[in-house]
Design a protein around this ligand. Structure first.
Ligand code: 5GP
Length: 125
């Protein structure tokens, strides 16, 4: 079910628990500002989630409250993951779902990185 992105940050959401090491993940990148790991239910041959380490519910919350260092670190991490995985050429897709109409399910900001085949038109349905 889609979350309400205006609610306060939930310290026990699944990605907070992954960040604390309480739940496992298949990690592909970690630095001071970001963690990247494989999605548990991949929608493309490569499907990575990149999350900031700070407690931000959504892109909206992050863009409003995060420091310039956190924002730069997170954005750079997304690009670094794509380069490290060799995705710049042939290309990839980034997606961030926000709130109800965006169908966001986990209330910790995450950017989806899809790759590994031609991804087709931007939106289905
Ligand atoms: P959203 O709809 O919020 O943008 O996407 C949430 C994503 O998190 C989904 O693609 C879902 O498969 C993924 N996900 C949910 N729980 C877990 C988990 O415990 N581990 C990992 N690696 N991914 C998860």
């Amino acid at each position: 079910m889609a979350i309400d992105p205006t609610l306060p940050y939930d310290e026990n959401n699944i990605f907070a628990r992954i960040l604390r090491g309480e739940l496992p993940c298949k990690k592909v990148h970690e630095d001071d500002h970001a963690l990247a790991f494989h999605d548990i239910n991949p929608q493309a041959p490569t499907h990575i989630l990149v999350i900031p380490k700070g407690p931000y519910v959504s892109w909206d919350d992050f863009s409003a409250r995060a420091s310039a260092d956190e924002i730069a670190g997170f954005i750079r991490a997304v690009g670094q993951v794509a380069r490290d995985l060799g995705l710049v050429e042939p290309g990839y897709r980034l997606l961030a779902n926000i709130g109800r109409h965006g169908h966001q399910e986990v209330p910790h900001l995450h950017v989806h990185l899809f790759a590994g085949k031609p991804l087709g038109p931007m939106l289905a349905g």
